[in-house]
Structures are given as C-alpha cells and as structure tokens.
Design a protein around this ligand. Structure first.
Ligand SMILES: [Zn+2]
Length: 175
C-alpha cells in the first residue's frame, strides 16, 4: 500500500507547530487519502499530518466505527482527569501512562468545510487529545513529569541499542 513515511521521534518536524488549513482543495483531499493508507498500513488508529511531515492542522482517525478527519481542531471544553496507556506511531515500541482530561469537546471542520462538534470520552477522547498535541509539536513524552520522562528516554535508548546491536553467534541467516 502506498503511503507516507511516518516520522520518528528525533525528527525536528514533530516539534513544530502546524499551520491552520486555509483551503480545502484536491491537494488536501489527496493528502488525507494517503494519510489513511499510511495509518492503516501502520496499524494505527490516529495519524496527525505533522507525523508525515505535513505541517498543517489536521488528522485522520479510525477507531473501528468509521474513518474520520478533522481540520483545524481545537479543544473547547474538557473535564476530569484519567491515566491512560498511550502509544504513538512516531515512538514505535513505547507505551506510556499519560494523565489527561477524561472527556473533551472538540470543534473542527470536516473535508466539506462544515463545522463538527465532537464530544468524546474514554479512548476516543484520548486519541483526539494525542493527535491535537501533534499539531502543536507536543509528543506524549512531553506530558510526563521529569522522572517519568527520563525513564521513558532510557527505555527508548535501550530500544534503539537493541535494534542496532549486531546479531550474535548462531544467526541462522548468516551475513
Ligand atoms: Zn502520536
């Protein structure tokens, strides 16, 4: 399946604030389609444009009900607080317990330019907040307290070392 490359943590594009979508045209619709391909190809349930290097404020999602896209989303209301286990297509292999509001109301536009008001809780609320963070250049690591952040960075380094480690003796595929 054709798709974009999902940028990984360390890529500076993930730390930048994305710009509002000002025009809904064929280019944007094409980007959205390719983002869906990319998201499904990576087995993800949400993908923000900056994650594929597009610094525009929109994201795609599919929690299993129906695919959705929100342009220029903003959180207009939130309440409660809950810990939730999050993963990120830009931080593969790491799951982190992140505290965020439990329910949110998000306002944005659909691909026809119509205003959408989405009230969400549970996993849906979590996904919305995570993706909107991406539009502001915020990664889930940035939501951790300093100690938890250090531990997560250690775990990331270990992940990278394991990936880079030469395969020891008995490698059945030889080299
Ligand atoms: Zn993410």
């Amino acid at each position: 399946m054709a798709g974009y490359t999902v940028r990984q943590i360390g890529d500076p594009v993930l730390k930048q604030r994305a710009a509002d979508v000002t025009e809904i045209d064929g280019t944007l619709v094409g980007m959205v389609e390719t983002m869906f391909d990319t998201m499904y190809g990576a087995d993800g349930c949400g993908l923000a444009a900056p994650q594929v290097g597009i610094l525009k404020r929109f994201f795609t999602f599919d929690l299993g009900d129906e695919p959705g896209v929100l342009l220029n989303p903003e959180i207009v209301e939130s309440s409660g607080e809950v810990v939730f286990d999050e993963g990120c297509l830009s931080i593969v292999g790491l799951r982190l317990e992140i505290v965020r509001p439990e329910t949110v109301t998000v306002r944005g536009l659909d691909l026809d330019g119509n205003e959408q008001i989405v009230e969400a809780d549970d996993f849906f609320a979590r996904m919305l907040q995570h993706e909107i963070d991406h539009l502001d250049g915020v990664l889930m690591l940035d939501r951790l307290d300093p100690d938890a952040r250090k531990a997560a960075l250690r775990e990331l380094r270990r992940r990278d070392e394991l990936a880079a480690a030469p395969v020891g003796g008995g490698n059945p595929f030889g080299r």
